[in-house]
Ligand binder design. Structure first.
Ligand code: ARG
Length: 480
């Protein structure tokens, strides 16, 4: 290593006899990924400094200097002019050292009664809180798109599948609203997680608290926290709030992936149920005819990294003795990538859904192909007094007969049907149509179009209620 480089790096502190090795500085630095916490770090530092001044731990003059310096630093960061340095290890040191360059002594007083341990735990919580708010907004946008599409297609009929075999006819709107339910529970999980994470670690200092007369409640109020962490060791060491988020994110990614998988299947000419707008698809470099659903495929594929981050973070946390360990620095990349991946994926799927073109004809034709109303014929026989198991057997035989003939149940004559059960009458026709089948399922949760419309109205009310709640959450960034 050239001598000049060695000279440019200083000893960590008076405790050390030589500067940290270059390789170690690079290995332990986190500034390249934690600098995205910069604005949050500044906000938290200002709240801390104001509290220190209010408690007469630092002077009013010092506070004024800190505020002035931070204003400049914030402007420089926002303008992309701030000089980040790996030598200064992380976002916290970069900002604090720069502050001291700008305002001198006062900058050195900022770190009174805190540690980077409670500082970073606070920053990550605020950052994640804002990210959750953004994701909640996107989940609402996605559900709104589902609701609109379901509204148009409350009475569009398609085959419902089990085992990917035609099972019973369903309303396409009903099918879409199944995803509404999933994403609504996902939002609920995030709201729960947000509540538990919105508790202030600052004041825990390194691990044991501080000997200064701090006012934690004041800092919590200024930063939008609903409470303060009750145990200083826990405050600096646990990352379960990030884990909870990653677990909720994994479930969301799984739901998105199922929807994406269906979009891919439905767009295959073998189904031909939907077409995605050209602007969401790409072609092939060799096959001129190809139009590929890359967006839902990628959304499905990205599930892998979201699951991976959850496992990575669980593994980072296991076996760490209390309290803070440098291992914790490894929480950020998985967490940030989970936030980014989920945010981008939800945004693009929400944007794509309204552009879907639905081929109702193809859906209907597919529903007519797979003996989807066989259960309705069995139910019809039950209403005529046959026990369900016997009805099931009789209809099974009728289906086999129709399969052999290459015909649908509705194409069999009354006489042909009567061979399987003499109780069948002319009124059977209603039971064998797709419309008759779905309309009969009009209880809560059923697929009858009237029921789908009721579910739609309820879904809209839920969205409005959640939006109101979301905007009133403590610590919500104004204007979001
Ligand atoms: N960059 C560190 C992290 O992300 C900040 C806390 C460092 N604390 C320490 N005692 N080394 O965890």
């Amino acid at each position: 290593m050239p001598n000049t480089a060695r000279k440019s790096r200083k000893r960590w502190s008076g405790r050390f006899s030589e500067p940290v090795a270059e390789r170690v500085a690079a290995y332990t630095a986190s500034v390249n990924f934690d600098r995205r916490l910069a604005l949050v770090d500044i906000a938290a530092s200002l709240a801390h400094a104001r509290m220190l001044a209010a408690q007469a731990i630092i002077s009013r003059r010092d506070l004024a200097a800190i505020e002035r310096g931070m204003k400049r630093i914030r402007a420089d960061i926002e303008a992309g002019r701030f000089e980040w340095s790996v030598e200064r290890e992380d976002v916290h040191f970069n900002i604090e050292r720069r502050l001291t360059e700008l305002v001198g002594e006062a900058g050195k007083r900022l770190h009174t009664a805190r540690s980077r341990n409670d500082q970073v735990a606070t920053d990550v919580r605020i950052y994640l809180r804002t990210a959750i708010d953004g994701i909640l907004d996107l989940l609402r946008a996605l559900r709104t798109a589902l609701v609109e599409l379901a509204h148009t297609h409350a009475a569009t009929l398609m085959p419902g599948f089990t085992h990917l075999q035609v099972a019973q006819p369903v309303s396409f709107g009903h099918h879409l609203l199944a995803y509404f339910e999933m994403f609504t529970r996902d939002a609920g999980r995030l709201i729960d997680c947000r509540k538990r994470l919105n508790v202030l670690p600052l004041g825990a200092a390194a691990l044991a608290g501080t000997s200064f007369p701090i006012d934690r409640a004041r800092v919590a109020r200024e930063l939008g926290f609903e409470a303060v962490c009750e145990n200083s060791l826990d405050a600096v060491s646990d990352r379960d709030f990030a884990l909870e988020f990653c677990a909720a994110a994994a479930i969301i990614a799984m739901h998105v992936s199922r929807l994406a998988e269906e979009l891919v299947l439905w767009m295959s000419p073998r189904f031909g149920f939907i077409d995605l707008p050209d602007r969401f698809c790409t072609g092939s470099s060799i096959m001129p005819q190809k139009k590929n659903p890359d967006v839902p495929e990628l959304a499905r594929g990205k599930t892998g990294r979201v699951y991976g981050h959850l496992l990575a973070l669980l593994t980072v946390m296991k076996s760490q003795p209390l309290a803070y360990n440098k291992d914790n620095q490894e929480d950020k990349e998985p967490l940030f990538d989970t936030i980014d991946t989920l945010t981008e994926t939800l945004a693009i799927i929400a944007e794509m859904l309204p552009g879907i073109r639905v081929n109702a004809q193809a859906m209907r034709a597919a529903a007519l192909q797979g003996y989807a109303t066989a259960t309705d014929l069995a139910d019809y026989l039950v209403r005529k007094g046959v026990a369900f198991r016997d009805a099931h057997e009789a209809v099974g035989l009728a289906v086999r007969f129709a399969v052999d003939q290459g015909r649908d149940l509705s194409q069999l004559s009354l006489n042909e049907l009567r061979r399987f059960c003499a109780l069948i009458d002319a009124d059977v026709a209603g039971a064998l149509t797709l419309e008759g089948s779905v309309e009969a399922r009009r209880h809560v949760g059923g697929t009858a179009p009237v029921q789908v419309r009721r579910a739609l109205a309820q879904a809209r009310r839920k969205l409005a209620r959640e939006a109101k709640l979301s905007h009133a959450m403590p610590g919500r960034t104004p204007g979001r």
